[in-house]
Design a binder for this molecule. Sequence first.
Ligand code: NDP
Ligand code: 2IT
Length: 455
Amino acid sequence: MTETTADFHPLSDAVQPVFDTVRARSPHEPEFHQAVHEVLHSIGSVLEKRPEYVDNGVLERLVEPERQVMFRVPWVDDSGKLQVNRGYRVQFSSVLGPYKGGLRFHPSVNLSIIKFLGFEQIFKNALTGQGIGGGKGGSDFDPHGRSDAEVMRFCQSFMNELWHHIGEHTDVPAGDIGVGGREIGYLFGMYRKLTNQHVSGILTGKGIGWGGAQVRTEATGYGAVFFVQEMLAVHGETLEGKRVAVSGSGNVAIYAIEKVTQLGGRAVTASDSSGYVVDDAGIDLGLLRQIKEVERGRIVEYANRRPGARFVERGNVWEVPADIAVPAATQNELSAESAQALIANGVRAVAEGANMPCVPEAVEAFQQAGVLFAPGKAANAGGVATSALEMSQNSARQRWSFADSENRLREIMGDIHDATFRAAERYGTPGDYVAGANIVGFERVADAMIAQGVI
Ligand code: NDP
Ligand code: 2IT
């Protein structure tokens, strides 16, 4: 994906030293620096009004994970060859609740990526109002092209170490890139075997028949589209008839496409790391799910089987004209040039389904052009919020219906929208959802840190 610039805008006097220390202490972690810089930039005005945050060293503490674990994951592939991957779990902040955040299996995974994701997760989880702390984990294992048996052996080996560090009251992992229902199943099975305990609340995103919650699979994509609905509603607009460009074709993308279609919009693109497809008639969700969820195939297959659709190999999906864009693949996938292309084509709203998919220059360009822009912390928080609902149902031994769960998700996304919108107004940057999300998330975490003392 696009490399980001190492030159960050100067920050206010109160936070620049914190940022300098992060870069000095953790060099070679560009994604982590990028995520920290964005938050520090947003909260400059908060620190002026609330000096107690500076006095209590809240920032210095927040940028340092409470704990980080790195471990060896040895496993044997189908040809009998021994493979070694690296596993991670970064437990960033438990001030609001147990560490909560996904596991990512992708060859690009390194400490910088897990730390950026864990750092963002603190504020995202605070925004949900569900009493969950922030963490993230994963491995540089690449599930593409691996058999089910290989994925199972990898997951078992991964859990063989991870189980020491997690617990329903300590740290509750879930899925992310490369980790879906299949992987959660293998991880859960191994945890149960190792501990001789069936603790449902140890992982979220489980199968519906063994402790999983309705709507968790759909929640991130649906939630991002609900957030778009909320932003449009402020301006008296709806999704009806809107053309929507979506990137990725995984969990978040698929269910964003489904909700756009249900709400009267037309999702016209999907992509993977090999290229993108355009389907002006609207993406056929059944076909996309068959190729991606059942066959685990490549996106070119969609164009091969769908008359009128075309595949653009290694193309840039953001060149496709759209009223709304939902980047739902990975970090820094939407460059400054892509933002200009979307703006030139009249884009009205952008919602980050992925974590940090837009480079900082792209975010600035959207905001300057008056495009409604929802950062991932707010727009994709529906996934982890519904994970928290799964945890509640597990501990209460309850099972909510699909309709009740979806209504709860819609309410939570509405609450996140309103809280971020109001915070942006309160601090003199109306319409800036990036500032709003960072401020609300930060205030909730910082207030709890001060109340709980220096620990
Ligand atoms: P999936 O593994 O289900 O899908 C990921 C999709 O993105 C695939 O189409 C994949 O293509 C593509 N992709 C991944 N990495 C790259 C890359 N380096 N270059 C190009 N394409 C890439 O993951 P999810 O849908 O779960 O996650 C997507 C994003 O949403 C991530 O940023 C994740 O952190 C974020 N997110 C996920 C949540 C969840 O509940 N799952 C919750 C909140 C955020 P290919 O198969 O070719 O690699
Ligand atoms: O980035 C995210 O919020 C996730 N991958 C979901 C985390 C979770 O615990 O459900």
